[in-house]
Design a protein around this ligand. Sequence first.
Ligand SMILES: [Zn+2]
Length: 84
Amino acid sequence: MSAPSPRFACPRCHSALSSLAADELLCPDEGSLYRREAGIWRFLLPERAAAFERFTREYETVRRGEGLPRGHHARTRAGGAGSP
Ligand SMILES: [Zn+2]
C-alpha cells in the first residue's frame, strides 16, 4: 500500500492545489501561488497576513502599556482599604 502524496488545499477556496515546482503550489481556480520557504509552506493569505500584522502591533502596544509604572497603582489598590 503506497502512501498518498501529500495533497494541499487552497486556504481560500479549498481547491486541490497543483504543484508547479518542488516548492511552489498553484490554486487552479484562482491562480494563487503558494511557496515553501525554508521547508515551510506559506499558506497565509495576504489579508490574513495583514490581520496578523495588526494583531502583532496591537499586542506590542499592550505589552508597552504593561511596562508603564501602572503596577504602583495596582499594588496600592490591592493593599488599600478593603483588603484583608
Ligand atoms: Zn484557491
